[in-house]
Design a protein around this ligand. Structure first.
Ligand code: ATP
Length: 751
């Protein structure tokens, strides 16, 4: 019954469905899916055969410092100082074993971390659309793909609306490929992945549009299996801190050898026997080397990463931890990061001036629509219903038992329609085409036909930001009439939108019509999205510790300002700047103003990138949050790219250095705190270890110079280094940090 991915592209979608025994309208049954999963296995790629443990152990000996110690042991053997040789060897074994165990443990925990943000998928089973872990998918499952999603398995598409998929991780092609559902006839071309237009490959990213398809290959059977194995072979680079530790180690060795050389020379000039000098030099070498240092650094970083994970910040790469302590500007999204992203429509204004307040919260029908004083309640009701119909039809979200699948903004529109008793309005229409929402266009439209009307006329429903929608409108609804739209009307509608926005509400304009260029404007819905708890406190704390917070939002100025004021972002001494205004500025001009802007509004992902670059040019270390599909580039460019774990798209999570599991701004503070703490801890124990090494080195050097017998032999120094230095250094590494440290200004990256 199974098909390969390339075979599936040569069959029609219904044939594929037939072969995989699935009804694409309802998906598989749960019992059937479980059965298939048992036989075929989970949809996951098994990690490469790991290096055997003994090899990892041997690797530890490759450390230059350990090699140096081995050299000393060898010298001791040659000098027939067997007791020294034995104790040095025992010491080496202890150091190596401790290092090995600690590294092994932190590696394992870091692996566990990766599982904390597992890929999910939207799958249809038994007629219900569900979101669950992608590893549960089996061939035959029907999956929905949305803009920003990572394709969870090889999928034969049977619906593709404006669907473009970025297959660069796979084919190397940088331009996203457009997908269609038609079958491909020639099987000769099938080997070429770019030709398989009707297949979405596992691991690729949906850049635009949406689609539906049947899972054909999962896990290792997918075309991505091979590529994945190659990617796994890549080794993680060393962190800058580890690198500087390596340099420190090399420098230490160099200087200690220099001193040892000088002392030996002096001893020789003093006429001391060569064997004694050798003995002393071994002690010196042992004294100078902070044996445990590199491992303590790695372990401290790894422990820090785990602590951050407990506080809901998943750091993908160890260097991020260090950079976190240096960030001095954070550019944050508004929706979902500073606010809760729990959208509720609270006000409705029709184009003929009827107003209604909406009560209730959450994605359900609990709440009422109260029409404000008016002379014609029936007319108001009918126009509000007309308005809400647009919102419900031009919509891709679903509400199932109080939970929302889809965008919160769209969920709010469905909920308010439900409060008006309109539960299945969208089902009255057949959707022919969708013009998907994008942050650039700031609107979305659908082309439909009414199912039960005999005239099969096409009708467009559109929603979006008012200033983007109005230019497409030529008329507006007035009572039951459509009236030509004048400049004066436009100004009035914009003023209404401004008034709603000023209260901090997101404003959506709604329109419909026979053509997209000739729409009838029907009114506005104001949607509230309250600030997250603790955001105000977090921003205040950040400002105290020298980190400035800038809001970067796609919403209108008044909405952004209202929320900014609520959460304590300074809009009085600082300016606001719109995406459009940014377009008028050249790089140099932008650099001049960007530092003094606290709210960037009506921006697109392209502007986000310009903001990051500009702030970096003026010497800032920038953290940038993002959730949308196009935010990826800005996140990559930022010193710390921060993605949202819950509402963020997979594209974003891919590009980010850090993921906020709970999407909460407050978590950034926790992460910065940890970052600073880790850096200070590492600095403390490096100082501690160096001070003991230098003390031992000076003691022996002085004793030799003054001709006194060697006060400490190699064995004693070694034990001091291991037993006395190791544990305290490690505990300094995990020390909770003083609050004063956290309040300190961001560290200068150069120091
Ligand atoms: P933030 O940066 O605060 O998270 P954003 O950049 O994600 O916000 P967008 O989602 O781009 O903001 O929304 C910008 C504007 O686009 C909104 O003010 C709204 O008018 C409009 N809009 C948002 N979602 C939709 C949608 N699903 N359909 C149509 N228009 C929308």
């Amino acid at each position: 019954m199974l098909l390969t991915t390339s075979e599936s592209s040569t069959y029609s979608a219904s044939e594929v469905a037939g072969r995989l025994q699935v009804d694409i309208r309802t998906g598989l049954k749960w019992t059937e899916a479980k059965y298939r999963s048992k036989i075929i296995g989970h949809n996951e790629l098994n990690v490469n055969e790991e290096e055997p443990t003994w090899k990892k152990y041997i690797e530890q000996f490759k450390n230059p410092l350990i090699l140096l110690l081995l050299g000393s042991a060898l010298v001791s053997v040659i000098m027939k100082q067997y007791d020294d040789a034995v104790s040095i060897t025992i010491a080496i074994i202890i150091v190596v074993t401790v290092a090995f165990i600690q590294e092994y443990r932190s590696e394992k925990s870091l692996e566990e971390l990766k599982k904390l943000v597992p890929p999910e998928c939207h799958c249809l089973r038994e007629g219900q659309l569900d979101t669950f872990l992608a590893r549960e998918l089996v061939p035959g499952d029907v999956v929905y793909l949305n803009v920003g999603d990572r394709v969870p398995a090889d999928v034969r598409l049977f619906e593709a609306i404006d669907l473009s998929i970025d297959e660069s991780s796979f084919t190397g092609e940088t331009e996203p490929g457009r997908k269609s559902t038609e079958l491909i006839l020639s099987s000769a071309t099938n080997k070429d992945h770019t030709n398989m237009k009707n297949v979405a490959f596992m691991g690729t990213l949906v850049r635009c549009g949406n689609g539906k398809g049947i899972v054909v290959s999962t896990g290792e059977r997918s075309e991505f299996g091979e590529v994945f194995k190659m990617m796994q072979a890549e080794e993680a680079p060393k962190t800058p801190l580890q690198k500087s530790m390596d340099i420190l180690g090399a420098q230490l060795s160099f200087y200690s050898f220099l001193i040892i050389g000088v002392i030996m020379l002096l001893g020789w000039l003093q006429g001391k026997p060569l064997t004694e000098m050798f003995n002393i030099s071994v002690s010196l070498a042992v004294a100078a080397i902070p044996e445990g240092l590199p491992i303590v650094v790695t372990v401290t970083l790894a422990l820090g990463v785990m602590r951050m994970a407990k506080r809901n910040a998943i750091v993908k790469k160890l260097p991020t931890v260090e950079t976190l302590g240096c960030v001095n500007v954070i550019c944050s999204d508004k929706t979902g990061t500073l606010t809760k992203n729990e959208m509720t429509a609270t006000i409705i204004i029709t184009s003929d001036g009827y107003m209604a307040d909406v009560t209730g919260a959450g994605y359900n029908d609990q709440g009422e629509i109260h029409i404000r004083n008016c002379n014609n309640v029936e007319m108001a009701k009918s126009n509000i219903t007309n308005l809400l119909e647009i919102g419900a039809v031009c919509n891709n979200a679903y509400i199932q038992n109080g939970t929302l699948l889809g965008q919160p903004t769209e969920g709010a529109l469905i909920a308010v329609a439900m409060k008006n008793g309109m539960y299945a309005t969208a089902e009255n229409y057949v959707r022919i085409q969708e013009y998907p929402f994008s942050s650039e266009q700031k609107m979305m439209a659908v082309k439909c036909i009414h199912k039960y009307n005999n005239n099969k006329e096409e009708i467009f429903f559109a929603k979006g930001a008012l200033e983007m929608l109005l230019p497409q409108c030529t008329k507006y609804m007035f009572g039951t009439q459509t009236v030509p739209l004048t400049k004066q009307n436009e100004a009035e509608f914009l003023a209404e939108a401004y008034e709603i926005g000023r209260k901090g509400l997101r404003v959506l304009a709604l329109a419909k019509g026979r053509s997209l260029q000739d729409l009838i404007y029907c009114g506005l819905v104001g949607i509230t999205d309250p600030p997250r708890p603790l955001v105000r406190e977090s921003i205040e704390m950040l400002m105290q510790s020298g980190v400035r917070v800038k809001m970067v939002t796609g919403d209108a100025q008044e909405t952004a300002m209202a929320i900014a004021n609520l959460i304590g972002i300074d809009t009085i001494h600082q300016q606001t700047l719109s995406g459009q205004e940014m377009d008028q500025l050249n790089e140099h001009q932008l650099d001049k103003v960007a530092n003094n802007v606290s709210v960037f509004y009506r921006v697109t992902p392209r502007h986000k990138l310009a903001i990051v670059k500009s702030l970096q040019r003026t010497g800032n270390i920038v953290g940038m949050t993002g959730d949308g599909v196009n935010d990826g580039v800005a996140l990559k460019k930022a010193d710390i790219g921060i993605a949202m774990g819950k509402n963020g798209t997979d594209v974003c999570k891919e590009a980010a250095d850090m993921i906020l599991v709970n999407d909460d701004f407050h978590t950034i503070i926790a992460a910065i705190e940890e970052g600073k703490a880790i850096f200070y801890n590492i600095r403390n124990f490096v100082r501690f270890q160096l001070s003991t090494s230098i003390a031992a080195l000076s003691l022996i050097a002085l004793a030799t110079l003054m001709g006194i017998a060697n006060p400490l032999n190699a064995m004693q120094i070694l034990w001091i280094n291991i037993i006395m230095d190791g544990p305290p250094a490690q505990s300094l590494g995990v020390e909770p940090v003083d609050h004063d440290v956290l309040k300190q200004k961001p560290r200068n990256i150069i120091s």
